[in-house]
Write a protein that binds this ligand. Structure first.
Ligand code: SF4
Ligand code: SF4
Length: 170
């Protein structure tokens, strides 16, 4: 009989302890969010999708040499009269399928602000292989475009929802 009541008491005590913990957290502010309707902004040093500014780039090639994954390609612009290369890019591309988000390209970039930099965008998804190769030219925004091989046109990436386009640029 004593053992029976001891068991009942232990179970009731455990239940009360559990309820006390629940009550303690019930009135505290929530630390989770309703993703994707609510989104957290990552810390400044977060390495999100790379963005590029064709107007700032001086086509120095340092990022191409620094990239350990060989995923950056660029072509210098040329002076239409002299046909000599100038310190501007004609086009620039990054293959996100190869990028390991190491930040070496951003660190080595000598321009201020950086011409290539990690944004805080973490929702980078790709629906096709084409979308992984992001291209930029003068006049194309920081997010870039991709070459759609079927339609043979440059298109805006559909899978990237930008959280902060320029927030982490230094
Ligand atoms: S983050 Fe690293 S791997 Fe990606 S493009 Fe820059 S240097 Fe290359
Ligand atoms: S992005 Fe920066 S490092 Fe790369 S070519 Fe342009 S200026 Fe040079």
């Amino acid at each position: 009989m004593i053992a029976y009541f001891r068991t009942v008491f232990t179970a009731a005590w455990a239940l009360l302890q559990g309820m006390a913990i629940t009550l303690k957290y019930l009135f505290k502010p929530s630390i989770t969010i309703h993703y994707p309707t609510e989104k957290l902004v990552p810390y400044e040093k977060f390495r999100g999708a790379l963005l590029f500014d064709a107007e700032t780039c001086i086509s120095c090639n340092l990022c191409v040499k620094a990239c350990p994954s060989a995923c950056i390609q660029l072509e210098n612009a040329t002076n239409p009269q002299t046909k000599k290369k100038i310190a501007k890019v004609d086009w620039y591309s990054i293959d996100f399928g190869k990028c390991n988000f190491c930040r070496l390209c951003e660190e080595v970039c000598p321009t201020k602000p950086k011409a290539v930099w990690h944004s805080l965008d973490y929702e980078v998804v790709f629906y096709t292989r084409d979308e992984m190769v992001r291209c930029w030219k003068a006049g194309i925004n920081y997010i870039g475009k991709y070459w759609n091989r079927k339609e043979k046109i440059f298109k805006d990436p559909e899978g990237q929802i930008s959280i902060q386009e320029v927030h982490s640029r230094r």
